[in-house]
Design a binder for this molecule. Structure first.
Ligand code: NDP
Length: 455
């Protein structure tokens, strides 16, 4: 039964933010019969489409040819004089992002959603202002996402770029220092390194990727170093200064380094500045995250929030899932919540990393586990001469035989993990994995042929 629209407000729902979560919530709500407006201050598509996952992945694809060219000789190819034109890649990427933005606009229009361009400010539990204009709605959905965060370091904000700007650099830098060792740092370190930039990765921990499985962290660290990325673990930056066309970075131990570009990849924060949330009493965590219950409802009954602004699991498909579940709940007569359990994710560095479920340390907190792992040089690397190894790991609960975590570092691991994630989400046991016949010869078949537990 279609949602019965209210007549007391301009809209049944106003969504602030036309990113992945907001657009999904708006379209599905409209399909259930709600009158919906979306307010966007920048370009429809949001972080993922305009300045995140999509442009990044296009650059990752562009950079991946470097490995192909290097490996080709072992297979009889003679590739000489291959060169890369960064500005061509950026222009092609920009064209594709323009196309996708157009698709987002069309999707909203075709769904009957009103797009209002400008900055939305919450003026009351049922009111949003855009400039001088006021709009009312029975419900307001905050889907404003996040924004790069840079720590307070002398000269960093003035002299460093973030993932927003790196996508639009006019020239590929000859050298770059990337601060941080999370998803964004590793992805840009890898792709720039592949294209020929000298990359310094500077991070305060002893290993990259806090929160990932320890074996994965060790394996990736070695692989990044082998690929030529210069690692600076346990390193704090004390200042960044402009020195001619270069940036001079001084470390806490007094050493210094000059590079073309400094990029901060030190996390993202909810983009709540200027939204007016304090004034209407929406409760926020100390980092600015809008606090919500499992139905994505905030402390103000008529205001909801989905996606990165809630800082639950900051991934596009999660925001989409939250937005869809909310639309079904509010307008589709189908109350449901989005499950945040067992979400697979990948880091598109080189080699790729993908995981689903628990890491070994987390799994051990829940009980005894058996570890199965495999390290091997992929068949392709035999002829190419590349020494890089693939790493795979299964974490199995000793008592129940349930597969609690699966991790991989190697080519195509994201594509492989998506299928594995279905099995893990369904509650597959190690015996279920063992009962599967592998596809030969592949790397993925290792996941169903691991027989001997790690000692
Ligand atoms: P991450 O949280 O992944 O990593 C942040 C990094 O910055 C860590 O290495 C952290 O170090 C470091 N850091 C944080 N604060 C400081 C500080 N004050 N001084 C020095 N170092 C600091 O953030 P990202 O920016 O890489 O990515 C943001 C989010 O975006 C990710 O968490 C992910 O959810 C999402 N994302 C997902 C992608 C994907 O799915 N492929 C791709 C890109 C982003 P430490 O570990 O020591 O705290």
């Amino acid at each position: 039964m279609a949602y019965k629209q209210t007549q007391d407000y301009d809209f049944d729902m106003i969504v602030i933010g036309a990113g992945s979560g907001g657009v999904r919530a708006a379209r599905i709500s409209a399909s259930h019969g709600a009158r919906v407006a979306v307010i966007e201050e920048s370009r429809p598509g949001g972080t993922c489409v305009i300045r995140g996952c999509v442009p990044k992945k296009l650059l990752v694809y562009g950079a991946a040819f470097a490995t192909e060219f290097e490996d080709a000789a072992g297979f009889g190819w003679d590739i000489q004089g291959a060169s890369h034109d960064w500005s061509k890649l950026i222009a092609a990427k920009d064209k594709e992002i323009d196309r996708l933005e157009g698709i987002y606009r069309t999707l909203l229009k075709n769904a009957g959603v009103t797009l209002i361009e400008g900055q939305g400010v919450v003026a009351g539990p049922h009111e949003v202002r855009v400039g001088d204009q006021s709009y009312t709605a029975e419900r307001i959905l905050l889907a404003v996402g996040g924004w790069p965060f840079l720590p307070e370091i002398d000269g960093l904000k003035e002299n460093a770029i973030t993932s927003n700007e790196v996508l639009d650099l006019k020239e590929r830098p000859q050298s770059i220092l990337i601060q941080g060792a999370g998803y964004i740092a590793l992805e840009f370190a890898s792709l720039l390194n592949a294209l020929g930039t000298q990359v310094h990765l500077v991070y305060r921990a002893d290993l990259p990727l806090r929160g990932f499985d320890e074996d994965v962290r060790h394996h990736v660290t070695q692989a990044l170093a082998d690929r030529g990325i210069i690692l600076h673990p346990n390193t704090e930056i004390s200042s960044v200064k402009a020195k001619g066309a270069q940036k001079l970075v001084t470390f806490a131990d007094g050493k210094a380094l000059s590079v073309d570009v400094v990029m901060g990849a030190t996390g993202r924060k909810p983009k709540v500045a200027g939204l007016g949330l304090e004034d209407v009493g929406v409760k926020m965590a100390p980092n600015g995250a809008v606090m919500v219950d499992e139905q994505s409802q905030t402390s103000v009954k008529s205001i909801y929030a989905v996606g990165d602004v809630t800082d639950r699991v900051n991934l596009t498909p999660v925001a989409i899932g939250e937005g869809h579940a909310l639309a079904d709940t509010l307008f589709g007569n189908n109350p449901r919540i989005m499950s945040h359990d067992t979400i697979a994710s990948a880091v598109f560095c080189t080699p790729q990393i993908a995981s689903v479920g628990l890491n070994e340390a987390e799994a051990r907190k829940h009980g005894d586990v058996t570890i199965f792992e495999s390290r091997f040089r992929a068949m392709r690397n035999t002829l190419s001469g590349r020494q890089e190894q693939t790493y795979m790991k299964l974490i199995v609960d000793k008592k129940t035989d349930l597969v609690k975590g699966v991790h991989m570092v190697g080519p195509d691991s994201a594509e492989i993990m998506q299928g594995i994630a279905i099995a893990v989400k369904m509650g597959a046991t190690k015996a279920d994995f063992d009962a599967v016949v592998g596809i030969h010869p592949t790397a993925a078949e290792e996941f169903v042929t691991m027989r001997s537990p790690k000692a």
